[in-house]
Design a protein around this ligand. Structure first.
Ligand SMILES: N[C@@H](CCC(=O)N[C@@H](CS)C(=O)NCC(=O)O)C(=O)O
Length: 195
């Protein structure tokens, strides 16, 4: 199995999830501008969508889209699953909120929007994070152990630091708690990120 990633991109969530799941995997960095992998392969030939994450499974299948990749990883790792009849649905609900609302709201910040657009994006992200913060009653989103949604949220919180978006206390504590995990530190080190 091989994860195609870009340092500090949303694929970091999948990278952490694979480590937390204890799954054996290989990884290869992608230059998203040149659309070339570290070993010189045309990334568009690997994933015609041209973005990460892309997870090449051992049977030859290619998985893309954070929600699908993270749900697949969780399906292989009981330790990452949320208990209860609505457990998986609640995780999917949170993953969907993160990908369609929060992740998307970062676009002007990543893609050099004008000053006003960037200010608006920061305000939007702060507003979107509020319901998550309000619902936090434990160490992680769904209890004392992290779920795949925590890994995706973690990346959004790292981006908040990068783009100087102030976080409410409970979210900055969640980010610090995630940073203290061995899997997270290893994934970030492998990606060449500051830990
Ligand atoms: N719909 C995709 C979007 C993934 C995505 O936006 N990936 C970014 C990195 S965070 C990327 O590869 N961008 C490069 C590009 O779109 O050219 C998903 O949810 O997985």
């Amino acid at each position: 199995m091989k994860l195609y990633y870009s340092p500090g991109a949303c694929s970091l969530a999948d990278h952490i999830a694979l480590r937390e799941a204890g799954i054996d995997f290989d990884y290869e960095r992608v230059d998203l501008h040149a659309r070339v992998t570290e070993s010189g392969q045309d990334f568009l030939a690997i994933n015609p969508k041209g973005y990460v994450p892309a997870l090449h499974l051992d049977d030859g299948e290619m998985l893309t889209e954070n929600v699908a990749v993270l749900d697949w990883i969780a399906s292989r790792a009981p330790v990452l699953q949320v208990a209860g009849s609505l457990g998986r649905t609640r995780v999917l609900e949170m993953l969907t909120y993160i990908t369609t609302e929060i992740h998307r709201a970062y676009k002007p910040l990543w893609h050099g929007g004008e000053g006003a657009q960037q200010a608006e994006a920061r305000a939007t992200i702060s507003t979107l994070l509020q319901p998550i913060e309000a619902g936090l009653s434990n160490d992680y989103l769904f209890g004392v152990a992290p779920s795949v949604a925590d890994f995706y949220l973690f990346v959004m919180l790292l981006w908040a630091r990068k783009f100087e978006i102030e976080l409410p206390d409970r979210l900055s504590q969640l980010r610090d708690r995630m940073m203290a995990r061995d899997t997270v530190r290893t994934a970030m080190t492998v990606e060449g990120l500051h830990v």
